[in-house]
Ligand binder design. Structure first.
Ligand SMILES: Nc1ncnc2c1ncn2[C@@H]1O[C@H](COP(=O)(O)OP(=O)(O)OP(=O)(O)O)[C@@H](O)[C@H]1O
Ligand SMILES: [Mg+2]
Length: 447
């Protein structure tokens, strides 16, 4: 049975609407103000909202904005005083599905509800189809190790438990995080990803907690932080080992009590966020070296999931290859070639320091370089295992500067055992700046 949330400060309107809709076969929930309605929407499974525009306290327009921010897929039908077209148009601009004059004509109301539900369903089906047909976000692999991984995902997804995903680079940690979110009760809400290594340290607090207008130089307008954005959903802290030590207590508090403060405001905001974190670093070691707070580590590491390196489940290379070849062909609009046994053998003989991401990159290079209908071992061996240092930047000054820069960065990272913070300090760079350079120059740790 579809559930309708009726929000109106006038009791009589609520009651008559509710009675009428019950007779028509809907389940109804009533609320007398905007703030309470938002809480209900966060907590309950609601299909559609009927919202009065003028209410004391948080009025309909403000409530609408927050609702659309947090639950963009739930349609909202506004009730407005007769003839107030301007406000109605404004409401539509802010994402309302439709508006009806007050008191509403019951036939018109039923049609609006019917259409809104229809649209919601279509949209959900479309999203479902997109993720299925593209398969981009699907985990592939039937090996014992992958099956164990799926079991862990199934077990932990429906709970609110915090998860720490560990594994080498390119093993699929982000896909695991997404899979957990999609199988959780929060799946209709947002999945917000933050790459902790990529945020400049002076912007960290504002990224996570937001700020009020004018709270510091450069804060030209109000900003909603990631914690607030993820309210009701999942916050994915990628590269969590890179949260600067001095900011870890604040993150800890936000995680533990769901309590945050925007910079420049003393108001406590409560958020309901599920935390999933990922790292390719040894966090326990970082803790023992006093580089990561022990209390934060234990808060994050409630349910650890370890994603295996590809060399430990090579039997998945075949299905992964088929999957990627199709995907790459669709993305680039060409016919998918067939992959013969010799090619699969060649792929099986490689060690994949860059794991599944590297397998995909190899296949992408092969498919782009060869227009042949059948891919065999020679196609594979010609691109496999080519290290990025073979990259050629050209002989002009710019090219030479780039390749020297790359060499210096790689040597420094090596010296500091790929600790980005330390290497950045040595090079006189901000950590996030070094991280961006590493991405740009394609610098990755080779095992
Ligand atoms: N089991 C899998 N099935 C299908 N695709 C996968 C799988 N694992 C990884 N991929 C693909 O490989 C690439 C890398 O995966 P992902 O970004 O999740 O890795 P990661 O562990 O987060 O890497 P990093 O530590 O570098 O951030 C992505 O394109 C992802 O779609
Ligand atoms: Mg990742």
């Amino acid at each position: 049975m579809k559930r309708i949330l009726i929000v109106d400060d006038e009791k009589n309107i609520r009651l008559s609407l509710s009675n009428f809709l019950k007779v028509e076969g809907y389940e109804t929930i009533e609320s007398e103000d905007g703030e309470e309605a938002i809480k209900l929407l966060d907590r309950e499974d609601i299909d559609i909202v009927i919202l009065d525009l003028f209410m004391p306290g948080l009025d309909g327009m403000e409530a609408l904005k927050i609702m659309k921010q947090r639950h963009e897929n739930i349609p909202v039908i506004m009730l407005t005083a007769h003839g107030n077209t301007e406000r109605a148009v404004q409401a539509i601009k802010h994402g309302a599905y439709d508006f009806l004059d007050k008191p509403p004509n019951t036939d018109k109301m039923l049609v609006a509800i019917y259409n809104a539900l229809d649209m919601k369903q279509l949209r959900e089906e479309k999203n479902e189809l997109e993720s299925l047909s593209y398969g981009k976000e699907k985990l592939i692999g039937e090996s014992t190790l992958m099956k164990e991984l799926y079991q862990q995902i199934e077990r932990v997804a429906p709970l609110n438990t915090r998860v720490l995903i560990v594994g080498e680079s390119g093993t699929g940690k982000e896909l695991v995080a997404l899979a957990i979110h999609k199988k959780s009760k929060r799946k209709e809400r947002r999945f917000i990803k933050v790459n902790c290594a990529a945020i400049p340290s002076e912007l960290f607090e504002s990224e996570f907690f937001g700020h009020e207008k004018g709270s510091f130089t450069g804060a030209i307008s109000k900003k909603i932080g990631k914690f607030e954005k993820a309210d009701g959903g999942t916050l994915f802290l990628d590269e969590v080992g890179d949260i600067p030590l001095h900011l870890q207590p604040k993150i800890l508090r936000a995680i533990q009590y769901g309590e945050i403060q925007r910079i420049g405001s003393d108001k406590e905001i409560y958020v309901d966020v599920r935390i999933i974190a990922a790292t390719n670093r040894d966090l326990q070691k970082a803790v023992s070296e006093n580089k990561f707070r022990e209390d934060l580590f234990y808060r994050l590491n409630v349910f650890p999931i370890s994603v295996p390196p590809l060399r430990e489940h090579k039997e998945d290379i075949l299905p992964l290859t088929n999957h990627f070849v199709n995907q790459i062909a669709v993305e680039n609009n060409f016919k998918s070639p067939s992959i013969d046994d010799s090619a699969i053998n060649a792929l099986m003989n490689y060690d994949y320091p860059g794991n599944i991401r590297e397998l995909r990159n190899i296949l992408e290079r092969v498919l782009i370089l060869s227009s042949s209908e059948t891919i065999s071992d020679s196609h594979i061996t010609s691109v496999i295992g080519i290290k990025h240092d073979d990259e050629h930047y050209g002989d002009d000054l710019k090219g030479k500067v780039l390749s020297t820069e790359k060499k210096v960065i790689e040597e420094t990272l090596e010296k500091y055992n790929w600790n980005i913070s330390k290497a950045a300090k040595h090079l006189g760079l901000e950590r996030s700046h070094l991280y961006k350079k590493m991405n740009k120059l394609n610098i990755k740790r080779q095992r």
